[in-house]
Design a protein around this ligand. Structure first.
Ligand code: GRF
Length: 197
């Protein structure tokens, strides 16, 4: 049984999908704690499922490294097998990535390496892309630049707004994330191998 710590910043719809998947006794992973860089709306899902939460706001620290060290301390207190970033909108400092890698994965609403960064959906629309996608990657020190675990193409439809396209991407992200966790738990995916690639 993999123990997961999930880090979010926003509404946590991908987190909710993980919590709901964990309800299935067959699902080989459990969320043990949910963290955020703010008092995230998505905490409501954790509270509904009785999962402890913690928030570490960067404004409470002199610099990014001190903030990162505090997040790392909170994460390690749960001894997770895997840390999942899902809608976490901050870059973790290299010290944190080094401490957690390769058991640190992220979901991204684009077909990486296309459209990395915090505005992937907006950027795809602005570029006039006719298709985009969703990706699950191993986190490295870059911006959404780590080894790809899985990804899937999603069409951009005429008249798509950022919100409508993002809402079409998220279910695919959720499916890819849950499958990635299944594959990691069942050793179908070797994160150490992938991180070396
Ligand atoms: C997801 O698309 C995630 O990949 C991106 O922000 C969105 C978060 O959605 N970074 P939610 O908070 O899980 O609803």
């Amino acid at each position: 049984m993999l123990s997961l710590v999930v880090l979010i910043s926003g509404g946590g719809s991908n987190l909710r999908a993980l919590l709901e998947a964990s309800e299935d006794a067959e699902f080989p992973a459990r969320v043990v704690a949910v963290g955020a860089d703010r008092d995230a709306d998505g905490f409501e899902h954790a509270e509904e499922f009785g999962i402890p939460t913690f928030s570490v706001a960067m404004t409470n620290f002199p610099d990014r490294e001190a903030w990162g060290d505090s997040i790392l301390e909170q994460v390690l207190a749960w001894s997770p097998d895997l840390v999942v970033l899902s809608g976490f909108m901050k870059l973790l400092p290299p010290r944190v990535v080094a401490a957690l890698s390769p058991n640190l994965i992220n979901t991204h609403p684009a077909y990486l390496p296309e459209f990395p960064g915090a505005h992937a959906v907006r950027d795809a629309l602005a570029a006039g892309a006719t298709q985009t996608g969703a990706s699950v990657i191993v986190v490295d020190n870059g911006v959404d630049s780590g080894p790809i675990i899985s990804q899937e193409r999603i069409p951009v439809l005429p008249g798509d707004t950022e919100e409508r396209l993002h809402e079409r991407i998220k279910p695919v992200e959720r499916r890819l994330l849950i499958q990635a966790i299944l594959d990691i738990a069942n050793s179908q995916i070797d994160l150490k191998e992938l991180a070396r690639s």
